[in-house]
Design a protein around this ligand. Structure first.
Ligand code: AMP
Length: 120
């Protein structure tokens, strides 16, 4: 899949569309999901143009990889998710149910999240 620079998260990164920002660093941006599925539902995205977790983990630079995963940890800490625990999820491609073709990790928390896979 080639990267589409008009995808909604690319537009958020360029400031063309607003977001409810919770964290920003050199390599990552985190903001609240527009349709939260848990009391806390935040998306963490890299600033680079990567389509998916597959693309990012295979091709991003060591600095981008480190910067992104440090951001995930910082966001979870900042939102108070660490002690009680949380779920991190990355949908990849059509079987994974990925809707937005810019890599993102969902962070869910604030309640017990139940079994891992839905039936949808
Ligand atoms: P995925 O199915 O993993 O690609 O998830 C995409 C997520 O992006 C969904 O949970 C949407 O609710 C969320 N989303 C779509 N547009 C926006 C937006 N403008 N701001 C915040 N979250 C969004």
């Amino acid at each position: 899949m080639t990267y589409d620079p008009q995808n909604i998260f690319a537009r958020i990164l360029r400031g063309e569309i607003p977001c409810q920002k919770v964290f920003e660093s050199e390599h990552a941006l985190a903001f609240h999901d527009i349709h939260p599925q848990a009391p806390v539902h935040v998306l963490v995205i890299p600033k680079g143009a990567y389509v998916s977790l597959q693309d990012f983990s295979a091709t991003a630079s060591p600095d981008e990889l480190t910067g992104f995963f440090r951001a995930v940890a910082a966001v979870a800490q900042q939102l108070g998710l660490v002690e009680a625990g949380y779920r991190a999820l990355a949908n990849v491609g059509s079987n994974g149910g990925q809707e937005v073709p810019h890599f993102h990790v969902h962070l869910f928390g604030g309640r017990r999240l139940g079994s891992m896979l839905g039936r949808g």
